[in-house]
Design a binder for this molecule. Structure first.
Ligand code: AHR
Length: 333
């Protein structure tokens, strides 16, 4: 008698199982994705907080994409605290969610909890930011931007736009960094420092964290202005929110942002486009928060047993003030 092929044999065997036994196998994660299709996938998502326009758009994208994809989303806002993210991950493990997605506030300190997720058989997706762990098997994929490249793009714009300035005269830059220890803060600094080496006149004279938010961006810029007086030529902010806060500080000091001080930032949120249209910001390097649809697709692929790429890089552009009025109506965040 001819033997059934392996796939056909699997169909036959599963066809012979009772609904109850299939459900039991499903609980053990042994039923192929297609068989468990009618069971709603549960995704636990640990979000950093709501520090910026970017983050708000990111949370909205994830919530609406989950709804659209029919995925049950357990959403936890960590209010900028790593300990809250670790607690949320442990709660997801206890609840036996199907997949965990994590946007880590800082890069280090994740090993223990990620090992717990792995031991429980729950795949982890890193979204937006990555972690520093030697054991790369602790997550299945990392989706998000190339932050080093964003820093390089910001530097490239600056190098191109100071070409006509006098040779030999120092161009003094102040830098507003993101959250201490966060991947985008470390990488955007690295990429920018690398890029400005192309012009020996470019010098970072002050650099401090503004925590990725407007209020702190303003406060730190006030301190920079107090310390440096009128000797600041450029502000490089690791995100638009800090730049918008700093613009206020520049104006209150009686200076013209984007003219007396060049203002460069990252994200490409609507607020930045409005600032460019108002002539107060020179350029924003795009970093897209619209990761929801891609995340849900990856969750579905994982549950269907498909192999997902280890790294999914978001495609992004650079928007100088000259194109802001044309682009603003098209912006989705
Ligand atoms: O991780 C992405 C960064 O986090 C965004 O650039 C910033 O605005 C956010 O808070």
């Amino acid at each position: 008698m001819r033997q059934a092929r392996p796939a056909a044999r699997r169909r036959l065997v599963l066809g012979a199982l009772s609904t109850a036994s299939i459900a039991a196998l499903g609980g053990l994660g042994l039923v192929p994705g297609a068989m468990a299709a009618d069971k709603k996938i549960v995704l636990g998502f640990s979000q950093i907080g709501a520090e910026s326009e970017w983050r708000t758009a990111n949370s909205a994208s994830i919530k609406s994409a989950a709804k659209e994809a029919g995925i049950e989303l357990k959403f936890a806002d960590a209010q900028q605290k790593q300990e809250n993210q670790i607690k949320a991950l442990r709660a997801f493990i206890a609840q036996k969610v199907d997949v965990i997605a994590l946007s880590p506030v800082v890069e280090t300190g994740w090993g223990t909890v990620l090992r717990e997720a792995k031991a429980a058989g729950i795949p982890v997706i890193l979204t937006d930011r990555t972690v520093q762990e030697t054991d790369q098997s602790l997550w299945v994929t990392f989706m998000g931007s190339d932050f080093v490249e964003e820093g390089r793009r910001a530097a490239r714009w600056l190098v191109d736009n100071v070409k006509s300035r006098p040779a030999g005269k120092e161009i003094r830059i102040v830098e507003l960094q993101g959250t201490v220890g966060a991947a985008p803060a470390l990488d955007r600094k690295k990429g920018f420092e690398e890029g400005i080496k192309a012009d020996a006149r470019l010098k970072i004279v002050r650099s401090q964290t503004g925590d990725f938010n407007r209020a702190k961006g303003k406060e730190v810029m006030e301190a920079f202005l107090k310390a440096e007086g009128r000797h600041i030529d450029v502000l490089y902010a690791h995100n638009d929110d800090m730049a918008i806060g700093a613009i206020q500080a520049i104006e209150e000091a009686g200076l013209k942002p984007a003219k007396d001080i060049l203002v460069i930032s990252i994200d490409g949120v609507k607020g930045a486009f409005q600032a460019m249209v108002a002539g107060k910001l020179n350029v924003t390097v795009e970093c897209s928060p619209l990761l929801g649809p891609q995340l849900m697709q990856t969750v579905k692929d994982l549950k269907a047993g498909k192999t997902v790429p280890r790294r999914i890089v978001t495609e992004e552009g650079v928007f100088p003030a000259e194109v802001a009025a044309r682009e603003l109506p098209k912006r989705k965040y």
